[in-house]
Design a protein around this ligand. Structure first.
Ligand code: GDD
Ligand code: MG
Length: 343
């Protein structure tokens, strides 16, 4: 299994802690969009990772999101939609995750898991990796996804309060469940992990799914699976449909404590894209669309009922990339990405 750590200007101590929580046998893939001017934070991340890998004798790749050869290789291999006007890979956690999936394909890994870099407890990182592995062991289909349901997400206000649900996930889960309920005719609350940043997939599943830009990526993964393999719309891929796709939502024991980045970030960058993705799903009916619009007005994310929520950009599935071409162009570069390489 490859464990991917997307990072953008996080505290170095947190990044180091997360790295140290990843089990030894997993290939670490760090995709960083941290600043390089003024203070070269990427350099610091690379040094910290190299030192860790040196003393623990383990393998890791670290790459900057704005690396020119990377963008060139992606373009030549047919993935131009990931590139911005400046010809470099676009910013965003989603774009970093897609590149990490492609690198894991090159490294011929079977599984890929994602863990954020701003986690305060290395022990919970270890738990996430073990939960991913537990899910994959339980799976009977090669097309599998494991999503972490946090037991608690503590908040510090008057004292320490062990909150169960985040504000975004509560709302986004509700509409994801309405989508299932309206398509099956049975009311359900089965989805608990609509926005799970900590999640993992078999690469065979990861390769097949289209991915949304920005923070719509996690809810869109579920929507893409429901649309492609849910049995309501025509099956997208017969082999996977025959095996079935398994989704595990597994509750962790450790509380999840990460950096607080402000409520506007949560509303605009997370809730709006999540609900917009559900709104634009081919499985979404008129009632769901109407209730999403009402919710977005209440949350002050759109102004009136005529406003259509912005459709998140959808990137094609990674299996459409010309992998031999990408690999050929990246052969030398991969050595430079090794955490132990000196540049
Ligand atoms: N490479 C890269 N590029 N990493 C990024 C970028 C980027 O442009 N933007 C953010 N990251 C990294 C952060 O450094 C962090 O490690 C991780 O991606 C998640 O970003 P946060 O900004 O910490 O997101 P969050 O805490 O608000 O949301 C997380 O939890 C949500 C569920 O509650 C994310 O994992 C969401 O994707 C998830 O839905
Ligand atoms: Mg965070």
């Amino acid at each position: 299994m490859a464990i991917v750590i997307p990072v953008k200007d996080e505290k170095l101590k947190l990044f180091e802690g997360v790295v140290s929580g990843v089990p030894h046998d997993c290939l670490l893939i760090v995709v960083s969009n941290s600043q390089r001017q003024r203070v070269d934070r990427f350099r610091m991340e690379k040094d910290a990772l190299a030192q860790y890998c040196h003393f623990t004798r383990r393998a890791a790749l670290i790459i900057h999101q704005k690396d020119e050869p990377l963008a060139e290789a992606l373009g030549e291999a047919g993935y131009t939609e990931l590139l911005g006007d400046d010809g470099l890979l676009k910013s965003g956690k989603s774009e970093a995750m897609i590149v990490a999936m492609i690198l894991a394909m090159v490294a011929r890994k079977n599984y890929i898991g994602f863990i954020d870099a701003d986690n305060y407890f290395p022990g919970s990182v270890l738990e996430y990796a073990r939960v991913y592995a537990a899910g994959f062991s339980l799976a009977t289909s090669p097309y599998t996804m494991v999503r972490i349901l946090w037991r608690y997400k503590p908040k510090i206000s008057a004292g320490l309060y062990f909150k169960k649900w985040g504000r975004v996930s509560e709302i986004s889960n509700r509409y994801m469940n309405s989508l299932i309920s309206s398509n099956t005719g049975f009311e359900t609350d089965i989805v608990r992990t609509s926005n799970a940043g900590e999640h993992a997939m078999s690469l065979r599943l990861a390769e097949l799914l289209p991915y949304a830009s920005g923070y719509a990526i996690e809810p869109q993964e579920l929507l893409s699976i429901f649309e492609a393999f849910g049995g309501v719309l025509p099956m997208a891929q017969t082999v996977a449909a025959r095996h079935g796709v398994e989704i595990f939502q597994i509750e962790s024991r450790n509380p999840h404590l990460h950096e607080e980045k402000g409520s506007r970030h949560l509303q605009e960058e997370m809730l709006l894209p999540a609900l917009s993705a559900i709104y634009h799903s081919a499985l979404s009916d008129k009632n769901i669309k109407t209730s999403i619009i009402k919710e977005l007005i209440t949350q002050e994310l759109i102004e009136d009922e005529k406003e259509i929520p912005p459709q998140p950009e959808l990137y094609k599935a990674p299996r459409s990339i010309d992998l031999p071409k990408f690999h050929e162009m990246m052969a030398d570069r991969l050595e430079a990405y090794s955490a132990l390489a000196v540049d």
